[in-house]
Design a protein around this ligand. Structure first.
Ligand code: THU
Length: 157
């Protein structure tokens, strides 16, 4: 028996103004996308923006449905849309933000979205940097889905 300890590194910024121009732009695109969410059931709006290797930014917002499980998170709307439109461009970064009661708020990708991100990392052989909007306007940066989804599902099918 062996005890193993995982280490997770992340960076936290005090606000949008501390981000570099590309990351700030990505988060601002996610903030704009949150306004287009279709979330009549949860009233929790989420915006996501994905940056591709050539600099293209693809946005997404959560899309709900009266048959609840048929809805999709903002992150997967953005990721699947990016992959469908630009299949040859590696995903390099993703920003996510919540919007509720007229205010931007904390959002962190759910497990299913992390699994999807993990697959794009594998597919393109490139780490994805994730920016999560936190309460009080802080922003968390995590590089590599391994830090978001340790022991994620992998299979050779
Ligand atoms: N949601 C997202 O779009 N992204 C997340 O990271 C977490 C949750 C959506 C799903 C649902 O439409 C609403 O937020 C409430 O859970």
């Amino acid at each position: 028996m062996e005890k193993k300890t995982l280490r997770i590194d992340c960076l936290e910024y005090g606000g949008l103004d501390e981000l570099d121009a590309a990351a700030r732009h990505l988060m601002e695109m996610a903030m704009a996308a949150a306004r287009d969410a279709y979330a009549p059931y949860s009233h929790f709006h989420v915006g996501a923006a994905v940056r591709l290797a050539d600099g293209t930014v693809v946005t997404g917002s959560n899309q709900e449905n009266v048959a609840y499980p048929s809805g999709l998170c903002a992150e997967r709307v953005a990721l699947f849309s990016a992959s469908a439109q630009h299949p040859d461009q590696p995903v390099t970064a993703l920003a996510v933000v919540g919007f509720q009661n007229g205010h931007y708020c904390e959002a962190s990708p759910c497990g299913a979205c992390r699994q999807v991100m993990a697959e794009y990392e594998q597919r393109y052989g490139q780490k994805v940097t994730v920016y999560c909007y936190l309460n009080k306007g802080r922003i968390r940066q995590i590089t590599g889905v391994e830090s978001l989804l340790p022991f994620g599902f992998e299979a050779r099918l």
